[in-house]
Design a protein around this ligand. Structure first.
Ligand code: ACO
Length: 335
């Protein structure tokens, strides 16, 4: 049976770098508080008006780089999978905007709404279509613009300081090589805690409690998060889904050459490292420079590791994510 492997990677980093000190001019916070709680030193904010850094434009720039690395053109792609929680429009999804922007054929464009797990969900979707032989080349994108939807008042500052903007993309292709490429993917959800990290449209919320907590007078909706609850769930689910990937393939944590976790928060990653015994040199950390870019965080982290020469032929990579929903997912890849 065919399997799928990543042959192209690309990212787009918005030009505007916002350090913690810059942010503390907009929000009542400090560099010390942010670094101690999250490890974040800076993030990037897209500039839509001056630089046109829209979600799908950033996705297109990342995709173009991934296509170039793969030696492909849009003509070669059989399916677009676009993961984002901050789409350009309520509808249609950003996948079709990307199709138009880069001039892909009239192939299917699937938008994935799985928040921080979106890119790994996207890889899993791509992998299934490639394995069945239905498609040969699939583009998976993760892109986010958080900066236009954050609460800069004291009420939301524990959420606001964590998030940044950016995009990442990967091109997957079919391979006959045995034991290479994506070995397995694993996806989960638990809607029980949907409101623990969410943006809820005032008109769609059934619970007056959430209306009172979440909305400014006039009805603007901002992300709300029960930070400690999210932390406790994240550290459990991350470990579970990494173990699931390992057990499925009869492997152990020592077999992993590189862990590419969703860049949620440095403290969450460090907790998992400690529990599962991953040394720093086997773990990718980009949260210090990008903050949390949800669906874009894993492809941006993977790209950085690849460019730094940390991903070598034959290496075993584990991608793992947890996020709003809750959703969580992993992918084990033999590079
Ligand atoms: N700057 C300065 N002070 C702040 C800020 C801020 N940005 N935000 C909150 N505070 C203050 C609060 O007002 C509070 O003050 P008080 O003690 O005088 O009342 C104090 O800091 C502690 O506030 P908490 O909200 O309880 O902060 P906590 O210690 O829980 O840290 C944090 C918040 C960092 C979000 C933590 O809960 C956490 O790491 N949670 C994990 C969630 C996460 O990482 N989410 C990422 C997105 S989800 C994902 O990607 C998986």
């Amino acid at each position: 049976m065919k399997s799928s492997k990543i042959v192209g990677l690309g990212i787009y980093e918005p030009e505007n770098v916002v350090t913690n000190d810059d942010l503390s001019k907009l929000v009542n916070t400090s560099d010390e508080w942010i670094q101690e709680r999250s490890g974040i030193k800076q993030r990037r904010y897209a500039d839509i008006n001056e630089k046109g850094e829209r979600n799908y434009i950033m996705g297109a720039r990342a995709s173009q780089e991934a296509l170039d690395m793969a030696g492909m053109t849009p003509e070669d792609i059989d399916l677009i999978v676009y993961a984002t929680l901050s789409p350009d429009y309520v509808f249609p999804g950003s996948g079709v905007l990307l199709q138009r922007e880069l001039g892909f054929r009239n192939v299917a464009a699937i938008d994935v709404r799985a928040q921080c797990s979106g890119f790994v969900y996207g890889l899993s979707i791509a992998d299934q279509y490639i394995k069945t032989g239905m498609y040969k080349n699939v583009l998976v994108v993760g892109a986010e613009i958080h900066s236009t939807g954050l609460d800069f008042s004291d009420h939301g500052r524990h959420v606001t300081v964590l998030f940044g903007d950016g995009a990442g993309a990967a091109v997957l292709t079919a391979t006959e090589e045995q034991g290479k490429g994506i070995l397995s993917t694993h996806m989960h959800s638990e809607g029980e805690f949907a409101e623990k990290l969410a943006v809820i449209d005032p008109s769609a919320s059934e619970d007056p409690k959430y209306n009172a907590e979440m909305f400014e007078p006039g009805g603007s909706a901002w992300p709300v998060m029960d930070g400690q609850f999210v932390f406790k769930n994240a550290v459990v689910r991350f470990q579970e889904v990494i173990w699931e990937a390992l057990k499925t393939n009869n492997l152990s944590p020592e077999d992993i050459d590189l862990l590419v976790p969703h860049q949620a928060n440095m403290r969450i990653t460090q907790f998992i490292q400690k529990k599962m015994g991953f040394p720093n040199e086997k773990v990718v950390n980009t949260i210090t420079k990008y903050g949390n870019t949800t669906a874009a965080s894993i492809p941006m982290a993977l790209y950085n590791a690849y460019k730094e020469g940390r991903v070598k032929e034959g290496d075993l990579l584990c991608l793992a994510a947890f996020g709003s929903g809750f959703t969580w997912a992993s992918a084990l890849i033999r590079w």
